[in-house]
Structures are given as structure tokens and as C-alpha cells.
Design a protein around this ligand. Structure first.
Ligand code: GAP
Length: 449
């Protein structure tokens, strides 16, 4: 089972206010996107669903919101200043820069080589330089003096905030092993490869958790978190199980801190790609920060009366990437009640940007007071939309296309019987409900929302 064509979803995302290419009026800016009114709701919903399952419903994980700009020594200790690099090649003719592994993967189209079998420029067929390593972290200057001492980095992952606050969190929250620290936050990477929509962007949100445990329990917790995260994508985000798989990293692709990583991959229109990595980060980061800062980041184990450095299991998910998958995976093209084509985003109600649309059958003023009363009652509880333009059929199509699970229609009979029609997105079934019992009827159809 493969996901629908990417262009179809990209075009829907723009047309219906989910995602716009950034700075479009200036010709855009490579690998950057803006989230529109529906995109921002969808993103918030996915983020909250993650927070709910990782932090709110658990006693062993707490949240954090660490500063983006921090002491640059953090990135030296973490190894990112030295190791967070990509090999890049330059075209000697058109001067464009590429990642050779992405050329090989066919990201730029068919792979072309010269007579000796060397890769050539996918843009102009020119010769390429040999690969050199480039650091992917963005730098910025703090303060007014632009010298080396004032250089800071934009974070390429959220994880370091959790490591440098390990002791603060453990101590203030009186946490015992095993326990986790979680945060969702924007990260930045100087990606040079065109990103296939929001799959790979310069700026993206991550949802990461560092789970500190006894070293001997690490393998077991690794397996636990892989299962748990896979279940979340299927049960909560509603992703088709057949389009997900697990893949262990080969030793040569492991990050500098990892003793083993399993990716949760999705079958994108261009093939399998990473959605989340679940890594065994060992004691690498805590030890590195202990050494560089001179502060001990160990844990006193009551059972053995010994100081140990905990191991870390890290489920690291991409929020923007999960959003791309939610759009791709929920997209469906089918026939409506009249046999006409309809596009539906079959998003779980928890994730859908708009939960209820309120649609007065006609724009006639006589319906407005009742329709507005119903709308104001519903929007107190759920993200709702009021739409009175064009035919009711077209309005249903519009709501289907953005994944709204329920529509409430107010018609002329509503003025007499004080009842409205509730239409379900997936079954297209319509039922008549008294306005007095409307909130209960909607709640029944929006379980857990
Ligand atoms: N702290 C570990 C870490 O950052 P990662 O595998 O590099 O691990 C985790 O990133 C997740 O972040 C990825 O699985 C992906 O979903 C997302 N991600 C990474 N780079 C991205 C980019 N340039 N654009 C969008 N999402 C990205």
C-alpha cells in the first residue's frame, strides 16, 4: 500500500490553508514553509497528543522547555560542534552543492555518472569535487560584537536541554530511575537538499524524550519505547499499519552518540523514510557534560549504594514530519452519497484541525440567530468553523477535504422543531438532534476530544 501522490497533497495543503511555501511573494526560500490557519491547528493537535501520551498520562516522564540559545560549550561537549556534519560535493561548473548520498538515492532525479563511473552534477552534468564535511549547525552572534567569543548555535536537536538539566529536574522533582524528560521544540539544520515538501526543512519541530535508566535495563526499555511509539502512530495519529515499518541502523550510519538506533519508517510516495528514531544514547551525553562542565551528572543508586551514570533511551520524533505523514496517509478519494467524487482527509477527530462545522442551510437572515447561537455554544468546547457561503453540498465537500469529522446544519425546520442535522464525515450519515441534546450527541461522536 503506497501513499497518494505528493503533488496532490502539497496542492491541497496550500489551497486549503495548511502549509504555504515561505516568502512566496519574494520567490520563496529553499526548504522553508509557513503553517497556515489549519496547519497550525493540526500541528498543535499532534503536539498535544504526543504530550498527552508521553507526559500527562505517565508518572515517570516530566516536561521541559529549555532555551534555544545556550552556552556554546554545550555543543562542544555534545559532540555536535565536531561531528554533526554532512559530506557535501560541489559542482565545478554550476557551483551547486549536493549531498552525494542523496544524489545516489535519486533525490535529484536519475543518477548520472561519467565514463569512469563517478557521480556527475545532477543539475548540469559537470564534474563534482570530492566530498568535504560541513557542519549542519547554524551559527549566530550574541551581543553586539561579532567575534568568535560571541558565537552561539541554533539547536539542531532538543535533546541537549534535557541532559544539561538532568540534575535540576531529578532534584526538583525528586525523580528516581527510570524517568524521562520530554520537550517539543523547534530545531534547525543547514540542510542543502530540496526537502520533498516539509519532509526535510531548515527549521522543524521535534518531539523528543530522554529516558534515563539503569544501564542493564537499557535494552529492555529500548524495545518498550519502540513498541510504544509505533502504537502511538497507529492508534492515535491513525497511520495505516501497512505503511509503517521498523528498521535498525547499520553500524556505519549510527550517530556519534548511539549504540543502536531503530527507525520507525513510513512508506512515502518516494519510498521508505524516517519518521522517528529510537536510540540507545548510552551514558554518552551525561558523561560528556560531566567532563566538560566539571559538574557531576551521576545518580546515587540506593539499592547498590553506588553512583552510576544512567543510560538514555531516546525516542526522537519529528513533529513537522508526522504532520506531513498525517496529511499523506489520511488522504482519500472516494464517491459521495450521490456518486460524485469527494476528497476526504480521514484524520482521527483528535488530530483534525476543525472538529465541527456549523452550516446554516441558507444565508437568509432568518436562520442566522439560531445558527450563531449553536456555533457559539459549540466553539466554547471544540475548534469550530462557521460557513454560510455556497451550496450545502459544496460546503460538505470543503469540510471533508480538511478532515472535519462533524457538520451541523441548521435549516428552516430548525426554527420550528429546535433541532439540527448532524452529518458524519466518514459514513456521510445524517441524524436529527434536538439543540438541547446537541453537545452530548457531538461528544459521543468525538470520543476523547
Ligand atoms: N535527538 C536525536 C535526533 O535529533 P534525528 O533522527 O536526527 O535524531 C529526529 O531527528 C527526528 O526529527 C527525525 O526522525 C525526523 O522526524 C525529524 N527531523 C530531523 N531532521 C529534520 C529536518 N531537516 N526536517 C524535518 N524533520 C527533521
Amino acid at each position: 500500500m503506497v501513499a497518494p501522490d505528493l503533488d496532490t497533497v502539497v496542492s491541497l495543503a496550500k489551497r486549503r490553508g495548511f502549509i504555504f511555501p515561505s516568502a512566496e511573494i519574494y520567490g520563496g526560500f529553499a526548504n522553508t514553509y509557513d503553517y497556515g490557519p489549519l496547519g497550525v491547528e493540526l500541528k498543535r493537535n499532534i503536539r498535544e497528543a504526543w504530550w498527552r501520551s508521553i507526559v500527562r498520562l505517565r508518572d515517570d516522564v516530566v516536561g521541559l522547555d529549555a532555551a534555544l540559545l545556550t552556552n556554546p560549550r554545550v555543543w562542544v561537549a555534545s559532540g555536535h560542534a565536531e561531528n554533526f556534519t554532512d559530506p557535501l560535493v560541489d559542482c565545478k561548473d554550476c557551483q551547486r552543492r549536493f549531498r552525494p548520498d542523496h544524489i545516489e538515492e535519486g533525490v535529484y532525479g536519475d543518477v548520472a555518472r561519467d565514463d569512469d563511473g563517478n557521480l556527475i552534477c545532477p543539475n548540469c552534468s559537470g564534474d563534482l569535487t570530492s566530498a568535504r564535511l560541513f557542519n549542519m549547525m547554524f551559527q549566530t552572534q550574541v551581543g553586539t560584537v561579532a567575534d568568535g567569543a560571541s558565537t552561539a548555535y541554533l539547536p539542531p536537536e532538543t535533546a541537549q536541554g534535557m541532559f544539561i538539566n538532568f540534575e535540576n529536574v531529578r532534584d526538583s522533582m525528586r525523580k528516581k530511575l527510570p524517568f524521562g524528560i520530554a520537550q517539543t521544540r523547534v530545531s534547525f539544520r543547514n540542510e542543502i537538499t530540496p526537502g520533498r515538501f516539509i519532509f526535510r526543512t531548515l527549521e522543524f519541530e521535534q518531539m523528543e524524550m530522554e529516558f534515563f535508566c539503569h544501564p542493564e535495563a537499557a535494552a529492555e526499555w529500548h524495545k518498550y519505547w519502540i513498541d510504544e511509539r509505533l502504537r502511538w502512530y497507529v492508534d492515535i495519529v491513525g497511520i495505516n499499519k501497512e505503511r509503517l515499518r521498523l528498521r535498525d541502523h547499520d553500524p556505519d550510519e549510527l550517530s556519534h552518540y548511539s549504540a543502536g538506533t531503530t527507525d520507525i519508517e513510513y512508506n512515502f510516495p518516494w519510498g521508505w523514510g524516517e519518521l522517528e528514531g529510537v536510540a540507545i544514547r548510552t551514558a554518552y551525553d551525561l558523561k560528556a557534560h560531566s567532563e566538560h562542565s566539571g559538574q557531576s551528572l551521576t545518580y546515587f543508586d540506593d539499592a547498590t549504594s553506588e553512583h552510576i551514570t544512567p543510560y538514555v533511551i531516546e525516542p526522537a520524533a519529528g513533529l513537522s514530519r508526522t504532520l506531513a505523514v498525517a496529511l499523506l496517509d489520511s488522504y482519500s478519494n472516494e464517491l459521495d452519497e450521490k456518486g460524485d467524487e469527494r476528497v476526504v482527509l480521514k484524520l482521527p477527530p483528535l488530530i483534525s484541525p476543525i472538529k465541527v462545522a456549523v452550516l446554516p442551510l441558507s444565508k437568509k437572515d432568518v436562520l442566522t440567530p439560531t445558527a450563531q447561537k449553536v456555533y457559539k455554544m459549540i466553539r466554547e468546547r471544540w475548534m469550530s468553523q462557521y460557513d454560510e457561503t455556497q451550496s450545502i453540498g459544496r460546503r460538505y465537500r470543503r469540510q471533508d477535504e480538511i478532515g472535519t469529522p462533524l457538520c451541523v446544519t441548521i435549516d428552516f425546520d430548525s426554527l420550528d422543531d429546535n433541532a439540527v442535522t448532524v452529518r458524519e464525515r466518514d459514513t456521510q450519515q445524517q441524524i436529527r438532534v434536538p439543540i438541547d441534546g446537541l453537545m452530548e450527541a457531538l461528544a459521543e461522536r468525538l470520543p476523547g476530544v
